[in-house]
Write a protein that binds this ligand. Structure first.
Ligand code: ZN
Length: 438
């Protein structure tokens, strides 16, 4: 018999941690940080966690003996990552180094590059981790459990879903996925493999059940292109560092509007790391005529920053101020001090191309950010295509996979999920810390 301990990712968005316990082996599907729970207790920089012990006591991390860095023997056979987003992967920094971490090759490249550019600390430390990479078509044996990774499309490259073959039948795990992205055929491949395995159980994400917005990447391109065409001044564009599809979209828009896309040093570092992966069709940050790197003004630069500044074409706030009508500046709400230096002239625009706020903390950040835009006289356009399945896509997917049972994961509204699809599969609502028998 196989059982699954739900250590995170049920009744919440992110924090996925699903321990699959087979007859002779155990694997953990994702080891993400529950940002919601963590945010209930901690707020950087004044109140930050010191180590895993406090977070275990507070119930932010599961209390599994020997799971963490100070553990003796490995209590499980592997941690398997679906993709590199922090709500799926961040906790590997805390992991007992005797436990191998399995992930896709692109995920490993992203994890390493982002770890390099983020502040070091016990929650960002990949030293000594025994990484093992997989690709679609592989089957990895863990005792009587066999893991079959299959690529999916999501808002970060190199994402996977899994089919776990076990003595109790197969279990499908969606990770995070979408069917309306530019590489939806990847998701179709996963759905086909999952359906063919006639799963007993489907652990399926439902992030967008309460805010469906069917916009494709192509529509993001067309709408943003329209805004940029009509804008005479500086265009600021906010999108996630690792959302390579979106970066490609704004690069296209820059080209067709005779502008230059100025990316952050972080983005440039990641782009360079991913450049060797030909499948990703990434513009070359060192030689592309429509990409430059924005140099934040600061007294000293980290080693990786010096490295990227030396290897690329660089623009400062003064350069951007003089070429506002020729620039799309990739910028987040944390870059507003830089925008003060740039001094946007009249007629500019801010395109918000990441998800809208969906919790209280994000609302507070958002209203603070609006103060900045008001100060600069920059109107905001919300133009985004989600990394997650839309409700209609979920129903189609579940109808194709035809699981006997389904556990909603990565959603704050699992009850809604039950009503929405209970004609397609028997829905079970798992609670945090509970166990599901397969
Ligand atoms: Zn994700």
């Amino acid at each position: 018999m196989v059982q699954i301990d739900l250590h995170g990712g049920v009744g919440e968005i992110g924090g996925n941690k699903f321990l699959v316990i087979g007859d002779v082996s155990k694997i953990l599907l994702d080891f993400g940080m529950s940002l919601g729970l963590r945010g209930q207790y901690f707020s950087e920089p004044f109140l930050a966690p010191r180590d895993q012990h406090g977070m275990i006591t507070l119930g932010i991390l599961p209390d599994i003996p020997d799971l963490y860095r100070d553990g003796a023997d490995a209590p499980l056979d592997g941690v398997v990552l679906s993709h590199a987003h922090i709500d799926h992967a961040m906790c590997i920094s805390l992991l007992n180094r005797k436990i191998p971490v399995y992930c896709g090759e692109t995920t490993l490249t992203i994890l390493r590059a982002l770890s390099e550019v983020r502040q070091k600390g016990f929650e960002n430390d990949l030293d000594g981790i025994d990484f093992k990479t997989f690709r679609t078509g592989d089957k990895i044996d863990f005792g009587k459990i066999q893991l079959e990774p299959v690529h999916v499309d999501h808002s970060i490259p190199g994402s996977y879903g899994f089919v776990v073959h076990s003595s109790s039948g197969s279990i499908a795990y969606s990770g995070d996925f979408r069917a309306h992205g530019s590489k939806s055929s990847l998701t179709q491949d996963f759905v086909a493999v999952a359906g063919k395995s006639q799963p007993q159980l489907f652990m399926c994400e439902g992030t967008n059940l309460v805010r469906g917005d069917l916009r494709t990447e192509q529509e993001v391109l067309e709408k943003s292109d329209h805004v940029v065409k009509k804008t005479r001044g500086l265009v600021l564009a906010n999108f996630s560092t690792a959302d390579i599809d979106r970066l490609r979209t704004f690069h296209e828009i820059a080209k067709s509007n005779d502008r230059i896309l100025a990316v952050s040093m972080k983005q440039a570092y990641l782009l360079r790391a991913l450049a060797t992966d030909k499948n990703l069709e990434i513009p070359d940050v060192r030689s592309d005529p429509h990409i430059v790197v924005y140099q934040r003004s600061k007294k000293t630069y980290y080693h990786w920053e010096k490295d990227i500044l030396a290897a690329t074409k660089v623009k400062t706030s003064k350069d951007i101020r003089e070429t506002q009508d020729k620039t799309i500046l990739a910028s987040t709400s944390y870059d507003m001090n830089e925008v003060l230096d740039i001094k946007p002239g009249p007629g500019g625009a801010f395109i918000n191309s990441s998800s809208e706020p969906f919790n209280e903390e994000m609302e507070i950040d958002h209203s603070r950010f609006i103060n900045w835009l008001d100060h600069f006289g920059l109107p905001m356009y919300q133009i985004h295509s989600s990394g997650h399945m839309m409700p209609t896509e979920l129903r189609e997917t579940i109808a194709s996979v035809r699981p006997k049972r389904l556990i909603p994961i990565h959603t704050e509204q699992p009850e809604l999920y039950r009503l929405f699809i209970n004609d397609l599969a028997k829905v079970e609502l798992g609670t945090l810390g509970s166990t599901i028998e397969v």
